[in-house]
Design a protein around this ligand. Sequence first.
Ligand SMILES: NC(=O)C1=CN([C@@H]2O[C@H](COP(=O)(O)OP(=O)(O)OC[C@H]3O[C@@H](n4cnc5c(N)ncnc54)[C@H](OP(=O)(O)O)[C@@H]3O)[C@@H](O)[C@H]2O)C=CC1
Ligand SMILES: O=C(O)[C@@H]1CCC=N1
Length: 264
Amino acid sequence: MDFTDIEARGVVLLGCGKMGGAMLAGWLDRGLSPGAVHVIDPKPSDWLRNTGVHLDGGLPDSPAITLIAVKPQMMGDALPALQDLDDTLYVSIAAGTTIGAFEAVFGAEARIVRAMPNTPAAISQGITAIVGNDAATADDLDLADLFLSAVGEVVRLNDESEMDAVTGLSGSGPAYVFHMIEAMTAAGEAQGLAPELALRLARATVAGAGALAMSGEDPEQLRKNVTSPNGTTQAGLEVLMEELQDLMARTVAAAADRSRELRG
Ligand SMILES: NC(=O)C1=CN([C@@H]2O[C@H](COP(=O)(O)OP(=O)(O)OC[C@H]3O[C@@H](n4cnc5c(N)ncnc54)[C@H](OP(=O)(O)O)[C@@H]3O)[C@@H](O)[C@H]2O)C=CC1
Ligand SMILES: O=C(O)[C@@H]1CCC=N1
């Protein structure tokens, strides 16, 4: 991607924890200069200090993008650090915190994009959903799209109300998959495999199946390709399919409900 305008005007990152750090890692990996990035974080990690980004508190007057990556509960303490910025595109990745909440702080004329990424952004394999406020122009959405697509796919939402479901599905989703690896590993161990071997098999299976799923083939067909009539997979799926659909529906609903609660 072409970071020219972003390099020239700079980027401010408010909060550099797990998600902000994952995205920053992706951008630096894709060629963004550390010197263009200004991070505000009370306790910078050793990794962050070693990146060479600005940590001195001095901010550009009109950064191209100001990414807000603090916890929703920390917003009140954190946002005042941005009060002197002018002519910037605010991009918030905070779960639950609405565009309206940011307009109340920055003004309705402020250009705001609400985004929901996920941690595979750290290896440029994330997916981020975005939606802008009324003040955000088509160019602003294109800029946010361009910047975020450096760390994975970007999808545009028709309405902010979709963001809670997105958060419950793809924002939180990597954790469900990692837990699936944990569960498959434990199940392999229960069948007598050594822990390291079970983990290796489970991790590679999920990664390989994920990569195959990205080929574009229908997941149902991919499942059928593994399932020999009256074979081992059929026996396994008869157990899994009885529970998983309902379990996943309840899982995503609980996460989406929590996102709604975080609106306050
Ligand atoms: N983790 C994920 O997978 C995803 C997270 N998000 C969203 O990203 C945001 C951050 O989440 P996550 O990275 O997991 O949380 P973290 O706690 O890991 O990161 C938040 C960072 O902000 C710092 N911070 C706290 N107070 C301030 C302040 N006043 N000014 C600047 N920085 C501050 C924290 O420092 P300290 O630790 O010292 O308090 C921490 O480094 C949340 O809003 C979350 O909803 C969105 C999608 C996915
Ligand atoms: O757990 C959370 O609240 C954040 C939002 C999506 C993923 N992590």
